[in-house]
Design a binder for this molecule. Structure first.
Ligand code: SF4
Length: 180
């Protein structure tokens, strides 16, 4: 997995910043959207949870940004992070599309910010789910068998079911970083 190599190169402190946008969830403790760490405002003033999330519940021409971010659509997004703790699967759009659909369906005033954006929760939904499930198998294994858990552990008491089951049967294999 390229992510592992990039972590190795970072440890070597090369004089260059090595970014790995798609796999840098652990570096920022998961998703940053909805005002958790950032948000995006379109040129029309629509307040999108993230630059890739083309839906909005508020527009900053109608109220202050502070007031707009109190809308439960954004609050729910913030409070849901970091899901089960595996920040190799941080994204509510790509890695966990059912999470975003749940946020979207809960509030009638959440609207797509451009034509076609709604396909994320309609015609593309099944394909998104399938892709996410395939990635989940890889990401869960990488999180468990790599050194990620040593670097970025799950929140206490918030481990996924497969880890809880393993730990109740026999001691879980220590992550690579902890074996050194
Ligand atoms: S919604 Fe996805 S792309 Fe947007 S900040 Fe969260 S993880 Fe990143």
């Amino acid at each position: 997995m390229a992510t592992r190599s990039i972590h190795e190169w970072r440890r070597q402190e090369r004089p260059i910043f090595l970014g790995d946008f798609w796999n840098d969830g652990p570096e920022v403790n998961g998703c940053m959207a909805g005002g958790h760490r950032y948000f995006h405002i379109t040129n029309d003033g629509d307040l999108e949870p993230c630059v890739f999330c083309h839906f909005a519940a508020e527009n900053i021409h109608d109220k202050t940004l502070t007031e707009a971010l109190k809308h439960p659509f954004y609050r729910d997004i913030r409070e849901g992070i970091p899901y089960d703790g595996n920040s190799l699967r941080p994204c509510m759009l790509i890695d966990r599309p059912w999470v975003f659909r749940d946020h979207f369906e809960r509030y009638e005033d959440v609207e797509p910010t451009h034509e076609g954006a709604e396909t994320l929760v309609t015609s593309l939904a099944d394909d998104m789910d399938e892709h996410a499930k395939q990635w989940a198998e890889v990401a869960e294994r990488a999180w468990r068998e790599g050194d990620f858990m040593g670097l970025f552990p799950y929140p206490p008491g918030d481990k996924p079911d497969y880890l809880k089951a393993e730990e109740s049967e026999e001691p879980a294999e220590a992550p690579a970083a902890a074996q050194e």
